[in-house]
Write a protein that binds this ligand. Structure first.
Ligand SMILES: NC(=O)c1ccc[n+]([C@@H]2O[C@H](COP(=O)([O-])OP(=O)(O)OC[C@H]3O[C@@H](n4cnc5c(N)ncnc54)[C@H](OP(=O)(O)O)[C@@H]3O)[C@@H](O)[C@H]2O)c1
Length: 174
């Protein structure tokens, strides 16, 4: 899984992200490059039309609606009816150069992935803002997840060109 969150675990507000940290978008791009990505229908819709499907990655989008699946296929996504179907589809596209499948949101999809133990890695960017939101990251329970490292060193931050502090953390399922 990969996401960016505030210290209060906010990941989204009004269908978008309530911060502007281009360094995190670049990090997301480099980490997911070449790998299949799995997302919910609303996350797909949150991507600017000119950036979707995300290039260089098979974009698999889950929706329970047959009508939406038809529309998504027309927009260049690979539609799936469930998370299982999405992950099966993603496995078809994994190769040696892209051995990971990234679940990229949103809130309900991350929650289901954690609840059903479908993920073994979480790349979490902490964005140092108290911006309010309406969508949240799942809790990674310390008995099940350990921090494997932070690019900046534990407790240290980088500062975005936008002025907001951020840090990249990686968690692994125990
Ligand atoms: N900060 C970050 O890293 C990050 C990452 C991703 C998203 N976000 C933010 O999160 C928000 C969007 O997330 P969200 O939680 O509202 O929506 P979402 O998870 O992206 O999409 C929800 C939709 O996905 C479909 N879906 C979810 N689980 C499914 C399942 N098990 N089987 C089939 N379909 C399923 C349903 O579509 P239908 O209703 O069509 O059936 C559901 O309504 C936006 O604000 C976005 O900017 C932030």
């Amino acid at each position: 899984m990969i996401w960016a969150q505030t210290p209060e675990r906010v990941i989204g507000a009004d269908g978008g992200m309530p911060w502007h940290v281009p360094e995190d978008l670049a990090y997301f791009k480099s980490i997911t490059a070449g790998c299949p990505v799995v997302m919910g229908r609303r996350t797909w819709e949150s991507l600017p039309e000119r950036f979707r499907p995300l290039p260089g990655r098979v974009n698999i989008v889950v929706t329970r609606s047959a009508e939406q699946r038809g529309r998504l296929a027309g927009e260049g996504a690979v539609p799936a009816e469930s998370l299982e179907e999405a992950l099966d589809e993603a496995r078809e596209h994994v190769n040696d150069a892209s051995s990971l499948i990234w679940i990229m949101g949103g809130g309900g999809v991350y929650a289901e992935a954690v609840e059903r133990d479908l993920a073994d890695l979480a790349s979490v960017t902490i964005i140092d803002t108290d911006a309010p939101g309406d969508t949240y990251a799942p809790e990674l329970h310390p008995s099940q997840w350990v921090m494997a490292g932070s690019a900046q060193g534990e407790g240290s931050w980088d500062t975005s060109e936008s002025g907001t502090r951020y840090r990249f953390e990686t968690y692994r399922r125990v």
